[in-house]
Design a protein around this ligand. Structure first.
Ligand code: GAF
Length: 403
C-alpha cells in the first residue's frame, strides 16, 4: 500500500462508502502520526529523557454518528487476527478479541467524557504494524482525536490526552509502555524533534529542518517473538534496581550510587541500569548537540546508544546490528542505531543529504533480509475535525519518500 497521507485517507473513504454508505457532511476525522525516536531508548518508563520526532506515516479514523447505542468499526489494516470488524454497545466496553480492538476500546473507555452516541468508523494506516514506529500509539491517539471531533469536545490539556491513551494501552492491551509514543503523536511539531522529560512531561522543541541532513529509517522487516514478554522483564529489572537504590526511578540514580549497591544486583540488573543511566545523559546532551547542528558528535552518541542497547540492555538483534553496521560503513552517515522497543523493527540514521543515495544502495545490496527504507523529515502531531475541512494542503506536502 502507498504510504502517502492522501492515499491513506482515500482508502479510508473508499472502505467507508463500501461498508456504511456514502460519506456526507456529518463525517469527522481524527489522525495521528507514528514516530521515530532519535535517541533515549527505554528511558521513558524510567522517568528519563527521550528525543522522538513524528513521521508523515499516519493512522486515520473517519466516521459519523449512527443514532443508535451500537458502534461498528472496521479496520483496513494488516492485523494479527483475522477479524477486521467489531460491533459493540457503548455501555458495556470490555477487553477481548480481536487484539487490535482493545486499543480502540481502551481509548473509548478512557476518553475524557462518556461517549454516549453510537458511531460507524473506518481505520486506515500507513504506520507499519510492529515495526517499532509506534503503530499502537498512533491508533490510540487517532481514535481519541476522532472522538473529540465526534463529540465536539476537545481535551485542552494534551498531556492528559496522551496519558489517557497510555492508560488504554496498559489496561486494555496489557502492554506496560512508557509515555513517549502517545506524547509525541499528540504534541509533535512539524520540522522539530521533541526533547521530552518523562518525569515532568515538559517538552522542548529541537529544530530539525536542515536541508543538509536527512533522517533515514530502515525497517528490517523482522519481528522477534520476545518483544512483549522481554519489555516487561526489562521494566521490572529497572524498577528493582531503583528500589535497591531507594529512589523513585533510575532517573534519580547515578553511577556512583549504582556501584554502592552492585553486590545486591543480578548481572542483568546492573547492566540494565548502566544503559538507562548513560542513555538519559546521552539524550539530554544529544538534544543540545542537535540544536547546535553538531551532527558528528550527535552521530557518535547514536552509535554509543546502539552499543549500550545491544550489550547492556540486550534488546537488539542480529538484523538490527547488521543494518547499523552497513549504515556506518557509508561515508556521510553520522550515526545509526536501533529505534523503538527492539528485537526487530527499524533502525534510524542521521545522514548527510548527499550520502543518502549511497546508503540506500548499500542497504539494498548488502542487507541479508528485505529492507524497506524511508527518507523523512519531522511531521506534525494529531489533528481532528470535520472531514470536509481536512487540510489537504498539509496532507499533500508529504515529506516521506519510500525508496
Ligand atoms: C516502546 C514503548 F511503547 C515506549 O514507551 C518506549 O519504552 C520504547 O518502546 C523504548 O524506548 O515503543
Amino acid at each position: 500500500m502507498s504510504t502517502a497521507c492522501e492515499d491513506v485517507l482515500a482508502l479510508a473513504i473508499e472502505a467507508f462508502t463500501e461498508t456504511f454508505g456514502d460519506v456526507n457532511g456529518d463525517m469527522v476525522y481524527g489522525f495521528a502520526p507514528g514516530r521515530v525516536n532519535l535517541i533515549g531508548e527505554h528511558t521513558d518508563y524510567n522517568d528519563g529523557f527521550v528525543l522522538p520526532m513524528a513521521l508523515p506515516l499516519v493512522t486515520v479514523v473517519i466516521g459519523r454518528r449512527n443514532n443508535t447505542q451500537t458502534s461498528r468499526i472496521v479496520t483496513t489494516c494488516e492485523t494479527i487476527d483475522d477479524q477486521k470488524d467489531i460491533t459493540f454497545e457503548l455501555g458495556s466496553i470490555c477487553r477481548g478479541s480481536p487484539k487490535w480492538a482493545n486499543y480502540v476500546k481502551g481509548v473509548i473507555f478512557n476518553f475524557h467524557r462518556p461517549v454516549r452516541e453510537g458511531f460507524d468508523a473506518i481505520i486506515a494506516s500507513s504506520v507499519p504494524l510492529g515495526g517499532g514506529l509506534s503503530s499502537s500509539a498512533s491508533l490510540e491517539v487517532a481514535v481519541y482525536s476522532f472522538l473529540e471531533a465526534l463529540t465536539g469536545t476537545n481535551e485542552a490539556d494534551l498531556s492528559r490526552k496522551a496519558l489517557a491513551c497510555q492508560k488504554a494501552e496498559h489496561d486494555f492491551a496489557e502492554v506496560p509502555c512508557g509515555i513517549m509514543d502517545q506524547f509525541i503523536s499528540t504534541m509533535a511539531k512539524e520540522g522539530h524533534a521533541l526533547l521530552i522529560d518523562c518525569a515532568s512531561l515538559e517538552a522542548t522543541s529541537v529544530p530539525l529542518d536542515d536541508p543538509n541532513v536527512k533522517i533515514v529509517i530502515v525497517n528490517s522487516n523482522v519481528r522477534h517473538e520476545l518483544t512483549g514478554s522481554e519489555y516487561k522483564t526489562r521494566r521490572d529489572e529497572c524498577e528493582s534496581v531503583a528500589s535497591h537504590l531507594g529512589v523513585k526511578s533510575l532517573r534519580f540514580a547515578t553511577r556512583d550510587n549504582l556501584n554502592g549497591v552492585r553486590a545486591k544486583l543480578s548481572t542483568e540488573e546492573a547492566k540494565r541500569a548502566c544503559h538507562v543511566i548513560s542513555e538519559i545523559e546521552r539524550t539530554r546532551r544529544g538534544a543540545e548537540l542537535l540544536k547546535n547542528k553538531d551532527y558528528q558528535m550527535f552521530g557518535k552518541f547514536m552509535i554509543d546508544s546502539h552499543n549500550s542497547l545491544r550489550k547492556d540492555f540486550e534488546v537488539s538483534c542480529k538484523e538490527l546490528d547488521e543494518l547499523v553496521n552497513i549504515a556506518l560503513s557509508v561515508d556521510g552517515v553520522y550515526g545509526s542505531r536501533m529505534t523503538g522497543g527492539g528485537f526487530g523493527g527499524c533502525t534510524v540514521s542521521l545522514v548527510k543529504t548527499d550520502a543518502v543515495e549511497n546508503l540506500t544502495d548499500k542497504i539494498m545490496k548488502n542487507y541479508s533480509g528485505n529492507a524497506t527504507l524511508f527518507v523523512c523529515s519531522a511531521g506534525g502531531g494529531a489533528r481532528f475535525g470535520k472531514l470536509q475541512d481536512i487540510p489537504l494542503k498539509l496532507w499533500s506536502d508529504s515529506q516521506l519518500f519510500p525508496v
